[in-house]
Design a protein around this ligand. Sequence first.
Ligand SMILES: *Cc1c(COP(=O)(O)O)cnc(C)c1O
Length: 448
Amino acid sequence: MATEYADLPQQRRIVTEIPGPVSRALHERRVAAVARGVGSVLPVYVARAGGGIVEDVDGNRFIDFGSGIAVTNVGNANPRVVARASEQLANFTHTCFMVNPYEGYVEVCEALNRLTPGDHEKRSILLNSGAEAVENAVKIARSATGRQAVVVFDHAYHGRTNLTMALTAKNMPYKQGFGPFAGEVYRMPMAYPFRWPTGPDNCGPEAAAQAVELITTQIGPENVAAVLIEPIQGEGGFIEPGRGFLPALAEFCREHGIVFVADEVQTGFARTGDLFACEHEGVVPDLITTAKGIAGGLPLAAVTGRAEIMDAVHGGGLGGTYGGNPTACAAALAALETIESEKLVERARAIGDALLPRLRALAERYDVIGDVRGRGAMVAVELVAGAGDRTPNPEALASVVRHCHDNGLVLLTAGTYGNVIRLLPPLVIGDDLLDEGMSLLEEAFARL
Ligand SMILES: *Cc1c(COP(=O)(O)O)cnc(C)c1O
């Protein structure tokens, strides 16, 4: 890509064992200081990062296929983000938008209202994290409808706060021991093509019919405030719902006055080869939650949606001390500008076009690869016991991931069964690094 990272060579380089001695020393300090509940996928401590490279404190340079979990879509320390955020930092760091407002907050909301799907009148609110955005979307939907029930799906991930734990499907590690959870949450089967009993082609329509039937018989649509879904499930294993599922759900919501909420926290901001993933099937959500990729790595999140729904909440009913922090807003404006000027939507598609055929070729060669899926720069492989046996294979996954980590590729996993490798490179990664990262992954399968 055009962006230069002059002082951070865009080259993989492994000069110590992984993790190296400086990282291991830091890790000892960490164990004595940091709560054990916080994990790290690859405990090499970071010194610098940019483009497609993460450099650790031992001088090792890793190819980045994780983007800090789909956050640094525009690249780490993106020059535009750094410049605009630095300028803001020097002017003022915080006033609290609820005390003294500032233009950056308004400008980010204007941009989100313009860029999110649908040309209806919209409003936005800015928050700190994805979980906080989801919580606020539920608050807004309940306030606007006067109803309480929230419908979510198998394999869903919506965060780690009390309400979002209830919305999240997977027990370990997200929920175990942390109950009681919030009430009025109802879970439906997910349109999971690879594991749908009657096959992937029937999956979308059949799963939609099931959800409609269950909502109708078990909850009553007149009691449902919101249907909340990730247009491609993230932590659940990059599950792209069967075709027709999302449009059918959106239509059902429209018929029954239910607020259709797309959680685009992981899929948003060019990641999937559309600016937002629900555009793929022309779905226009009533509310959309965003975070991760919004501000090039600074903490920011948002709820954007129909003006009449967003404005149903009484004055003072929404807010927070740090929500829409001025530096995070400046970073978001720079990130959004970068997505446009560097054509990162197109770039995400090109990344998918480069990765998917090679992953499909790997699946032909190795029976442990049960499924290859995803869109744009959000793609995954699901590992199983063997040909025709879909038993999850987390052991094969651990071996592949370890080889990649040891040889300089940051690689993340996902999935309810812990058997999905997910690829999330920064959208500004160079073609050479993309190619080399894929070669490392191919090598890891060859060694299985
Ligand atoms: C990461 C994620 C969240 C939670 O975001 P945080 O910023 O970690 O609170 C919510 N929804 C989805 C789809 C996510 O991927």
